[in-house]
Design a protein around this ligand. Structure first.
Ligand SMILES: Nc1nc2c(c(=O)[nH]1)N[C@H]1C(S)=C(S)[C@@H](COP(=O)(O)OP(=O)(O)OC[C@H]3O[C@@H](n4cnc5c(=O)[nH]c(N)nc54)[C@H](O)[C@@H]3O)O[C@H]1N2
Ligand SMILES: Nc1nc2c(c(=O)[nH]1)N[C@H]1C(S)=C(S)[C@@H](COP(=O)(O)OP(=O)(O)OC[C@H]3O[C@@H](n4cnc5c(=O)[nH]c(N)nc54)[C@H](O)[C@@H]3O)O[C@H]1N2
Ligand SMILES: [Mo]
Length: 695
């Protein structure tokens, strides 16, 4: 059986290199992790091993759908549809977009894209509409806005050490990342390092997640207290003179003002803020200081909150203070997103090379509910949105305030086109649904966020006859709306070839032949030993938040002592709800086949501390609870969990709304208040109350 080289298109930092065999009819026979790839190393997660359940699902959309009847007149208050041909669908799309441009101007159209496919050309090409016509652009903020702000403020770029240095590390500190669930190949390297070298694995989280269960030590802290913990550790380090003065002088902007700033974080105050004991804080600090070869593996998880960027910045100060960056296996890693920006110039994919390109406003995806509701600030004082096209995103399931966003889609004066593989929650509310190809059915390149490799993969089979790839749909729209740009006549592969050439890299076929491109990185570059990639070459303890999107007045310069969680600002809802990823699904991608109502399927479940249950007189360790705040109410089964922060409730995974009966899905409880300094989706910063539900 022929094994084909391809890559996982899903939004996980591992971005595994896959070996796929197909049946004669093109359906998937087998998927495995490619052993040739040093980072994938033959390991893939169970869900992608079974990805054929999604990629070849009978639920796959094969025909375009047009809304019939009034908006919201279908089952469950969504729309009703009839099947139409692809050419009719393309005509409807063009005529509606043209009508809106003629009536309101192109600014009244908006694009939305995100993480359904991480392929560069299929994902980024939609932005050509903004450059060619002035269609409103989208600010991608969901999970990247906070960590990127933190990295730009301190390190100067979003990249870090080579994760495979875990084999040189003596200790790995996994901070706010659930690697077992969210990036299994990396964790399997960590576990192999432990087996081989006795490397110690420490986890800092707010509940005993599956990664914490495998760790040697687990520190369970209060949500949002990571900044306080880091500053408390810094105070102990400075008090004991454990800092690396030479390193600080040569590589950082450290001065006496930092010593002054951390004084507030006495061990008593830090214990109070984090919920840890003083002994724990001291031990963690000593263990960190005594082992320069400590790899800090920083997750998105602890940044998904109002002050998440500041908390992450404070944590990145630790290896700078101790000089751990200098050592093999030492330093920190969150993502290598910035490395690809240095290596590949994607401006051709985005249409930035167009003649007289427009620079339209860019509306924040995390504010979709407000934007569709006509909120002036969210619209940046510009036109309301009258037309929308989405690709590779399911915003009515994954965003904030999803009930409000659904109301937006139901607006009579809004035209929505959803380009999708499935009739998702968002597609169900669209005026027009166009079937999309999947990763086996188009060419693309995929960057490995967790390492330093670009996969370059070719289409392996044809998609459904009436499906169209993202790139070709945008090509069609560009041409039919009258653009003369040659870009709208090029294939995905031609676009990629031009991009690779502009980036000084071999062409698509050559790179495909050699199974992608591993970015060379020296020890010095990975560890910033020639200086940090900031303007002055220094690591910044003193963050200039105003350069990262503003609102500096809300923050003190370099420490988050004034910054609170959104949840702390709503005292009438005293519990913290966090809604992180779950092992058997990836964002909303598997929710279409794992609906939570089938036999043997995983169901949404809330983990809650027995003391919290006791606060409301609940003595059973399972049952159902209603969880609510001022935005929405959801209902889920609960299970008591001892090893978690007592004020916290955890619901893992994104499920179809139907799994919550007549109630809202948990994302409806997510606020769209601004995360500092540059926005983002605060899925782990939700204030709620709860009560027992008798069903
Ligand atoms: N409760 C909760 N909500 C969250 C999060 C959380 O942890 N908890 N995490 C947030 C984060 S970090 C992220 S990144 C977002 C991700 O949310 P999204 O960006 O919406 O990502 P997915 O749900 O993976 O995929 C969206 C859709 O893309 C479609 N798709 C896949 N490939 C293609 C393609 O080639 N073309 C087209 N047209 N469509 C395609 C899939 O069918 C899928 O329905 O969710 C956020 N929402
Ligand atoms: N199986 C699976 N894998 C995924 C995804 C998925 O949906 N399913 N989504 C993918 C995407 S888009 C992304 S962005 C990544 C995200 O992956 P991660 O970086 O792992 O982020 P999360 O899973 O959101 O959160 C990780 C941990 O942070 C913890 N946490 C929450 N608040 C705090 C806090 O204040 N302090 C500390 N210390 N910890 C806290 C949560 O309890 C959770 O255990 O995963 C990717 N991988
Ligand atoms: Mo994400």
């Amino acid at each position: 059986m022929e094994q084909h080289y391809t890559a996982c298109p899903l939004d996980c930092p591992a971005t595994c290199q896959l070996s796929v065999s197909l049946n004669q009819d093109g359906t998937i026979r087998n998927i495995s992790g490619d052993r040739d790839h040093p980072f994938t190393n033959g390991v893939i997660c169970k869900k992608v091993k079974n990805y054929k359940d999604v990629a070849d699902s009978p639920l796959r959309l094969t025909k375009p759908l047009k809304r019939v009847g009034a908006k919201g007149s279908g089952k469950d208050g969504a729309n009703q549809f009839e099947e139409i041909s692809l050419s009719e669908a393309l005509d409807i799309l063009t005529s509606n977009f043209q009508r809106i441009i003629d009536t309101h101007g192109a600014e009244a159209l908006w694009i939305l894209e995100y993480a359904g496919t991480m392929g560069w050309v299929q994902r980024r090409g939609i932005r050509r509409l903004c450059k060619a016509f002035g269609v409103s652009d989208m600010t991608a903020s969901y999970c990247v806005a906070m960590p990127i702000a933190a990295y730009l403020a301190g390190v100067g770029i979003g990249r870090g050490i080579d994760n495979l240095e875990c084999y040189d590390a003596k200790q790995i500190l996994i901070w706010g990342r659930n690697s077992y669930v969210t990036q299994l190949p990396l964790l399997s390297h960590f576990l192999a390092a432990r087996k081989k070298n006795g490397t110690k694995i420490i986890v800092i989280d707010v509940y005993e997640n599956q990664t914490a269960k495998l760790a040697d030590e687990f520190y369970c802290i209060k949500p949002g207290s990571d900044g306080a913990l880091a500053l408390g550790m810094m105070r102990i380090i400075l008090e004991n003179n454990w800092q690396d003065d030479d390193y600080l002088a040569r590589y950082t902007d450290f001065d006496a003002s930092i010593i002054e700033a951390v004084q507030e974080y006495t061990i008593e105050h830090t214990a109070e803020a984090t919920g840890l004991t003083q002994e724990q804080i001291l031990k963690l600090t000593q263990d960190y200081v005594n082992e320069p070869q400590t790899l800090l593996d920083l997750g998105f998880g602890f940044t998904r909150r109002r002050a998440g960027a500041m908390n992450m910045h404070a944590v990145t100060c630790l290896p700078a203070l101790t000089g751990h960056w200098k050592h093999k296996g030492g330093g920190a890693f969150w993502s290598n997103a910035g490395l690809y920006g240095e290596q590949f110039d994607d401006s051709i994919l985005r249409g930035e090379d167009f003649t007289n390109p427009y620079t339209p406003r860019s509306l924040d995806q995390s504010l979709m509910g407000k934007i569709l509701a006509g909120d002036k600030a969210a619209l940046q004082g510009g036109k309301p949105v009258y037309g929308l096209i989405t690709q590779s995103i399911n915003p009515l399931a994954v965003g904030a305030k999803t009930d409000l966003a659904i109301q937006g889609f139901l607006r009579e004066d809004l035209f929505t086109c959803v380009h999708e593989q499935f009739l998702t929650e968002t597609a169900r509310y669209a005026d027009l649904v166009i079937p999309a190809t999947n990763f086996l059915e188009h060419d693309d390149i995929y960057s490995v966020g967790g390492w330093r490799h670009m996969h370059v993969v070719k289409k392996l089979r044809e998609g459904p006859k009436e499906a169209i790839e993202n790139h070709e749909l945008i090509n069609h729209l560009g041409r039919s709306l009258g653009s003369q740009e040659p870009s709208f006549h090029r294939s995905a592969k031609e676009q990629l070839d031009l991009m690779l050439k502009a980036s000084g890299k071999p062409d698509f076929d050559t790179l495909h032949q050699q199974k992608g491109y591993t970015i060379p990185q020296s020890f010095e570059e990975g560890h910033f030993l020639n200086g940090f990639p900031s303007k002055d070459g220094l690591f910044h303890f003193k963050a200039d938040w105003s350069a990262q999107g503003g609102e500096a007045e809300d923050l003190i310069n370099y420490c988050p002592s004034t910054a609170k969680n959104h949840a702390d600002l709503r005292t009438e809802f005293p519990y913290y709800l966090i809604i992180p990823p779950k092992e058997d699904r990836l964002n909303s991608t598997f929710a279409v086949v794992k609906t939570g109502d089938g036999k043997g399927q995983s169901m949404p479940k809330a983990y809650i501390h027995p003391d919290t249950l006791a606060q409301k007189g609940v003595t059973s360790s399972s049952g159902h609870i209603e969880i609510f705040n001022d935005q929405a109410t959801t209902i889920v089964a609960f299970e008591a969990m001892e090893n978690m922060n007592p004020q916290t409730i955890v619901i893992e995974g994104i499920f179809d709304k139907k799994a919550f009966g007549n109630h809202s899905a948990p994302n409806a409880l997510v606020y769209d208040d601004k995360a500092l300094p540059a926005g983002g989706l605060c899925v782990h910063d939700i204030a709620v109350d709860w009560k027992l539900e008798h069903i």
